[in-house]
Design a protein. Sequence first.
Length: 134
Amino acid sequence: MLNKIEHIGIAVKDLENSNALFAKLFGRNHYKIEQVLSEGVDTSFFQLGESKIELLSASSPESPIAKFIEKKGEGIHHIAFEVTDIVAEMKRLEGEGFKLLNEKPKKGADNKLICFVHPKSANGVLVELCQEIR
């Protein structure tokens, strides 16, 4: 079961400039910058109430974020949902006919295990499942 929106991921070309822009928009600074080598991204997180905004910038030209920005431009990249048991949720979603982009959870940013649902099976929305690593 999806518990709540954990964060919204926004693809950006320049993380430093975007941090300054969103800090003005939100009236607060980001609380963390983290590189996720496996995804080829640099991330920055803003806390807004119970939810977060994750800015994603490509750390290599081959990264999915670089390809996304090249194809669609900057903007909303994904919506992430908190789950209690990511493996069970992956099995449930596969059973419901959703196509997953990962066979098993992998380590993502912000101390999370993650898995993505293919946008073609979710009306064009890239959905991320997130479970806190305990």
